[in-house]
Write a protein that binds this ligand. Sequence first.
Ligand SMILES: [Zn+2]
Length: 128
Amino acid sequence: MSEEREEPKEKFDRPEVLRGITALAKTPCGKLYVTITEHEGKPIETFLEMGKGGACQNAMMEGFGRVITKALQWGTPIDEIANSLGGIRCGSSKMQNPSCLARVAGKLKLGNNIRDFWKEKEEKKDEG
Ligand SMILES: [Zn+2]
């Protein structure tokens, strides 16, 4: 039942500077910023921050970002992580609206194309 996962060959040695994208998710509970950094074309790290979160809420978000980062560094596909957030609702989301976590999941999926995201930007810059 449990799938064999490959252990990371070595602990991720974070370079001092990583390139990333920060997406704004407008959730029923307020603005939420999802930052995904890239290493060798793959999403490797996330940071989550509520625009107007309380101290505890932001601490939870920071922890959540770290756990996602750890999963990425162990080779978990970002889609798997995003899909695991489905179906969790918070107080503010109406039944018909995507929940806050569903919106986080949507932003995490941007990590799939993180390499192409920059490629497109650079191509546009070269053209113009
Ligand atoms: Zn919420």
